[in-house]
Each structure stands twice: as structure tokens, then as C-alpha cells.
Design a protein around this ligand. Structure first.
Ligand code: ZN
Ligand code: ZN
Length: 234
């Protein structure tokens, strides 16, 4: 799989206002999804998708199941739909380190880095939403995202500002999205437009095109019904 070509093709389609038939954010029952790798692939074929990225959650502490998962993905037939194996991992700190096992990295066609926690948070902190103001939340998430752009292992920045939006219920100003999108272009990283988190996918795509930033489209599908949802809103 030539990832540069994939993202060039997606960009060119969107520029021509054509919807590329891809879903690059998919989870399966290897972690918190409902369906198997095989069922998701079958559904992707049914929906005439050309590419799906099996962006399974993994951690440094994950056991060897990940190798079995990538083996399954790599065994899928490619005639109708190309499957990419890889992982969605947490950005650990403000130095851009990832919660990613080195042995898994070599198995990945793509790596997506996402903010899922703020550094130093405990499970308790996470459960009870702390009373953080909008500026503080946005700034923390922004700094974490930007730090990950310096990590050469990262291909895609997953659901930018997802934590600010979903967990804290704040929607970042346009200017902040612009900043992140511009920095993605500068660092040659792909900005994900995510069905589950972003309320303005079309606007985000327009911003990416304006700043010549590569774009990924993800439904964050945890079931076959959710596969391809992002394509209905762009
Ligand atoms: Zn995520
Ligand atoms: Zn995800």
C-alpha cells in the first residue's frame, strides 16, 4: 500500500468535490468494536469502499494479539477493497511520545495518533470531568496534538480536538482548527476529519484544501452499520 498515493488521491478527489470511497477509522471486536475484521471487510465491499484502515486500538502494554489481528487484515482479498492494517494510539506527553509498542509499529501500514487522556490523569480524574475552562482544555489538547506532529511514526492526527469536543463539550474556535491544519501541512501529517467528533466536516475539508493539508476521512466505525458514515456528511 502506497500511503502517499492514497492521501494524494483522496485530496485530489475532494478538490474536485468528488467523495472518495474510503473509511480510514475502523474498530473491530479485537478491541471495542462489535464486528470482526472479516465482517467489516465484507461490509466495505458491499458499500463499494476502495480502502479501509483497520485502526485498532493498541497500547505499549498490549499483548501479542495484535500480530494475529494484522495477519487477518493482511489476509483479506484485495480485489474489491484494500485493507490497511495499523493502529490508533494515544499521545502520551508533550514530547510527542506515543503509547505504541515498537514491535507493533513494524506491522503497521498506518499509525494514527489521538489525544485520549491528558498526561498525568488517573482513571478517577477521567470519570469525574474536572472543572477545566475552555481555554485550558483547548490549549492542553492543542499542545499534545502539535507535539505528536514531530514524531516520525505518526501518519494521521486522529479526531483533532476530539477530547475538547466530546468530553468537555466545548467547540474550538475556527482559528484553532486553522492552526492545527496549517501545522499538519508543515509537518507533512494527515488531518483526520472524523464523523463522530466533528460537527463541521465540510468546513474542515475546505480548510485543509486551502492550506494544502492531507486529509483522512474516518467514521470511527465500531460496527458495520457505522462503516462509511463520514461519506454521507461531506
Ligand atoms: Zn480515538
Ligand atoms: Zn477510534
Amino acid at each position: 500500500m502506497d500511503k502517499h498515493k492514497l492521501f494524494e488521491d483522496i485530496y485530489d478527489s475532494l478538490k474536485k468535490e468528488k467523495v472518495p470511497k474510503v473509511d480510514l477509522h475502523v474498530h473491530t471486536n479485537w478491541t471495542d468494536g462489535e464486528n470482526s475484521v472479516f465482517e467489516m471487510h465484507e461490509e466495505a465491499c458491499k458499500k463499494s469502499l476502495s480502502h479501509i484502515f483497520f485502526s485498532e486500538h493498541s497500547r505499549k502494554s498490549s499483548s501479542d494479539w495484535f500480530f494475529e489481528f494484522t495477519k487477518q487484515v493482511n489476509s483479506l482479498p484485495k480485489e474489491k477493497c484494500n485493507s490497511i492494517s495499523g493502529t490508533e494510539v494515544k499521545i502520551l506527553d508533550f514530547d510527542g511520545n506515543l503509547d505504541l509498542r515498537d514491535e507493533f509499529f513494524t506491522e503497521c501500514g498506518l499509525v494514527m495518533a489521538s489525544v485520549h487522556r491528558f498526561p498525568g490523569e488517573t482513571n478517577e480524574d477521567f470519570k469525574f470531568k474536572k472543572n477545566l475552562d475552555k481555554d485550558k482544555v483547548e490549549k492542553t489538547e492543542f499542545d499534545l496534538m502539535i507535539s505528536s506532529l514531530n514524531n516520525s511514526k505518526v501518519d494521521i492526527l486522529g479526531h483533532p480536538f476530539g477530547m475538547t469536543i466530546k468530553r468537555f463539550g466545548y467547540y474550538p474556535d475556527d482559528k484553532l482548527f486553522d492552526e492545527v491544519i496549517k501545522l499538519c501541512a508543515k509537518k507533512d501529517k494527515v488531518f483526520e476529519v472524523n464523523y463522530r467528533y466533528h460537527k463541521n466536516p465540510k468546513q474542515l475539508i475546505a480548510k485543509c484544501l486551502k492550506h494544502k493539508t492531507k486529509i483522512s476521512l474516518g467514521s470511527n466505525a465500531h460496527s458495520k452499520e457505522e462503516l462509511g458514515k463520514i461519506l454521507e456528511v461531506i
